[in-house]
Design a protein around this ligand. Sequence first.
Ligand SMILES: C[S@@+](CC[C@H](N)C(=O)[O-])C[C@H]1O[C@@H](n2cnc3c(N)ncnc32)[C@H](O)[C@@H]1O
Length: 274
Amino acid sequence: MSDVPLPDEQVLRAQDQAHAEGHDYVKGSPHLRHPRLRADIEARLSRLVRDAVARTGGCRVLEIGAGHGTFTHTLLAAGATVTVTEASKASAEHLAHEFAGDERVQVVHDESGTFLLDQAARWDLAVLISVVHHIPDYLAFFRGLQDVVAVGGAIFTVQDPLWYPRRSRTSHLVSRGGYFAWRLAQGNYRRGLATRVRRLRGGYSETAESDLVEYHVVRQGCDEQAIEALLAERFDVEVFTYWSHQSPLLQHAFERGRLRSDFGVEATRRRRPD
Ligand SMILES: C[S@@+](CC[C@H](N)C(=O)[O-])C[C@H]1O[C@@H](n2cnc3c(N)ncnc32)[C@H](O)[C@@H]1O
């Protein structure tokens, strides 16, 4: 684990600030707002937990970036014990309060992003829901993560944008057009305009919160094929793709169609190290 670089401190600090007290996780999150997306994630999580319970009699889950614990409840209901990590202090406090007295849940405020680096513990399932795009070097992160997954165990990630250069033009156009319409309804125009001007100039700010928090959303998306290739060295890997949009109208209109915007990964049956 020692060769895993530390996550960018500035990005972690931005997570803390953007997900401060009173943050509304649901507002900008298609997977929390739209019933089909949410139900699909819940079904996959429950199945993965049940599989581990059937195999080993229990399921120790590591849920990274749990937010306010929406899916922690799903994991517990399926029979798991859960270690939740959060980069945001306010969210870690929310989780500690939400699960106070529940011995099945351990809450970790991981402000430095170093929690994984010195863990002797092993988990049967590692879960990242709408988190990978917040991590600048997510491949290095996965390299570290796979070391703490028990033999036979799994990694599940979902709700990250597909690698933009491979996405179809139509999918880009519908996503971007719909996003601007949705963004206009959210207010805070001054920040939105500053971000737009930066993008038109072709640059990113290494200090503006909006360019750091949604790190890969405002850059190139996440490279699902690179993640698949990395995890395939130690797991059986399924990458699944689907349509996701903030706007309820555009979600409803396209979720049964062929357009794809986001992806998830189920990496299962971790093999023994060589
Ligand atoms: C989009 S929210 C998703 C929250 C939750 N998983 C959900 O789906 O409702 C992303 C969360 O990941 C947290 N986060 C980002 N990078 C992290 C990291 N390296 N370690 C732990 N948490 C992180 C953020 O603070 C934020 O709460």
